[in-house]
Design a protein around this ligand. Structure first.
Ligand code: GDD
Ligand code: MN
Length: 381
């Protein structure tokens, strides 16, 4: 039976018979709009993994191009292909985690579904992890012999290098390519750390490695990142923003949630926006300071709302009329936030030499209020 095969030496599988064996390795394929890439990818996996008991788990975030249906069509012919179709959620990391946790195979791999990752490496990765002295095998573009090939534009290659060295410095991650989206790991290890992983963003591997705090025995294999053939990349500036959020959150040891950190970063950006707008209003119009200050507050609140809607709450993003109502509640929340800020500052402000303490306490109070209230009212679940 399947159960007694786990962890034991498996009978050598010959083509056709692999279908009858429980999977030894699950290949998790997060997808968003990859309909055209799925059929050639599954074919390529079949060729690369001959003689291995594998399964593919496509985790699709309800792609408008019908990726899930394309994958299910294949699944009706080939029981090794499974689909998880998620609604109301977006995110490469979350999809990867969900896919890994849906597996009962001893090993799980995560790879991009757009043919940019070289599937012919999988048998080699499996061989390394099977040996028992390794928990994680990373396909690295930066290891000796690997390359970013034509897969990354110049700008992205440059950004990726900066992101890499930050991860290495801040988190003491020793991987040559902590941003790789292509790796194989022991399923049990994922289960141990899964509750602590962030479902936002792209940086699932970095998250896994830094959460496991150096306890994963790791090997790397070099690979060359291929160029995308169909569809387009979903990695954008927002994803980059997300990445720095993860770095900071991990650096501060997860004391504060990523969402709160992101909210704080957006708030800090709002200060700049506010000052810029204030300056513009004062220089351009012949307005009173009070008017300019109020107008600048609205500009900053609006910019904060847009950024929070795009970044902090991208998983609960508001659209259309909901966004308009959300904006109005956000104004209301922030106005009370100002009162909370000033109120607390006043309470604490006893001694003029501690003006900064009262000021900071007020600001933190305001931020905590804004965060709590906007998550309950504006971006309520
Ligand atoms: N389910 C789901 N949800 N899948 C997603 C989402 C999402 O929100 N966003 C992207 N994906 C899927 C894509 O469909 C693809 O299969 C894979 O995740 C990678 O997405 P791409 O948009 O192709 O990313 P990329 O090629 O620009 O980025 C690659 O390189 C980065 C480093 O430079 C990926 O390998 C990243 O993981 C890697 O960090
Ligand atoms: Mn890609």
């Amino acid at each position: 039976t399947g159960a007694h095969l786990q962890g034991q030496k498996r009978p050598a599988a010959i083509e056709g018979e692999t279908l009858l064996l429980p999977a030894e390795v699950s290949i998790v394929l997060p997808t968003f709009n990859e309909a055209e890439n799925i059929p050639p990818l599954i074919r390529a996996l079949g060729t690369a993994l001959q003689g291995i008991a594998w399964e593919a788990i496509i985790v699709d975030d309800n792609s408008p191009d019908g990726t899930a249906e394309v994958a299910r069509k294949i699944g009706r012919m080939d029981p090794r292909v499974r689909v998880i179709q998620r609604f109301g959620r977006r995110g490469l990391s979350g999809a990867s985690i969900e896919g890994m946790l849906s597996s009962s195979a001893p090993f799980v791999a995560v790879m991009d579904a757009d043919l940019q990752h070289d599937e012919t490496l999988l048998p080699k990765m499996l061989e390394l992890i099977r040996a028992g002295d390794t928990d994680l095998v990373v396909a690295s573009r930066k290891a000796e012999g690997g390359a970013v090939g034509d897969g990354l534009s110049k700008i992205r290659a440059w950004g990726s290098n900066i992101a890499n060295s930050l991860a290495q410095k801040l988190l003491h991650v020793t991987l040559t390519d902590p941003m790789s989206g292509f790796f194989m790991i022991r399923r049990e290890r994922v289960e141990e750390i899964a509750p602590k992983l962030s479902v936002q963003g792209f940086k699932i591997l970095l998250d896994i490695v830094s959460t496991a705090k150096g306890t994963l025995r790791t090997k790397e294999v070099p690979f060359t990142f291929r160029e995308r053939q169909h569809g387009e990349s979903k990695l954008d500036t927002l994803v980059t923003f997300d990445y720095f959020g993860l770095l900071l959150a991990k650096y501060f040891g997860n004391v504060i949630s990523i969402r709160f950190l992101m909210f704080g970063m957006v708030g800090a950006s709002g200060l700049f926006v506010h000052l810029l707008a204030l300056r513009l209003f004062l220089v351009m119009g012949e307005t009173s300071f009070n008017f300019a200050q109020t107008a600048a507050s609205f500009v900053a609140m609006t910019s904060n709302f847009v950024l929070n809607n795009q970044l902090t709450y991208r998983d609960r993003r508001l659209h259309g009329l909901d966004a308009l109502i959300g904006l109005l509640t956000f104004y209301a929340v922030c106005s009370v936030g100002v009162l909370a800020n000033v109120g607390v500052a006043n309470l604490i402000y006893l001694d003029p030499s501690y003006w900064w303490f009262a000021g900071a306490a007020g600001a933190i109070m305001g931020a905590v209020w804004n965060y709590a209230a906007s998550s309950a009212l504006t971006w309520r679940k």
